[in-house]
Design a protein. Sequence first.
Length: 251
Amino acid sequence: MTEDEGLQCMGEVRHSTLVVTHGQRLIRARITEPVTSPGTRCPVVAFGHGFLQQARYYDTLMAALAARGYRVVAPDTETGPWPSHGRLADDLWRVALSAREAAPWTGPGRGLVLAGHSMGAGAALLAASRHPEADAVVTLAALETRPPARLDAIGAPTLLVVGSRDRIVPPARSRRVYDAMTAPRQWAAVRGGYHCGFLDRARWRDAGCDRGDLPRREQLDVTARLVADWLDAVFHGRPFEQPPGVDVEQH
């Protein structure tokens, strides 16, 4: 993909709903995409929500990525108290393929990213271990799943983001995932960031949430810039520089 083609994806964004049929199941997903060029030549980012959360609680992050040239599709499945991690992983892949089929991709690879927060981050890793053809993986506060992802089966470059003050999924838990992987990967710790700071708000007025040192808006801004810059490096060859307020390691 050329620089000019990538720029065609940028600009004002909109939210809509995608429905994918799989057997007797209807998989609903929230799409956030550029208005001026909806889906055309934009890499697709399939984003998995956290435990008990819904896709719309990530609207700020998804809109920021869409404004930078990515079509974000987030399944609204497995939102109850007894979620299936395996089903969420499969849903991530299905909505990613559906969104990709609806718009052409002219760059290298398939233009597919698997991403998510907490439980959804674990589901993204699980999906990536089942589908090594994914181009990249991005996790926020990654949590192990049942069944576990076969981390050595993931070959795509991976960005693992954590909040240094996360009390729900402490960074040490995500670090075990990072250390067990063999794919090219980067570790990014948002200083003062916390678990619920990756959402606009959590369900039930932030019930059960933690707190960090950063205002939520600032954490979302830092995270969006970090992820978008990293994806730009993967898809457009742009230099990736360590953002202010983030400690980055590479393996």
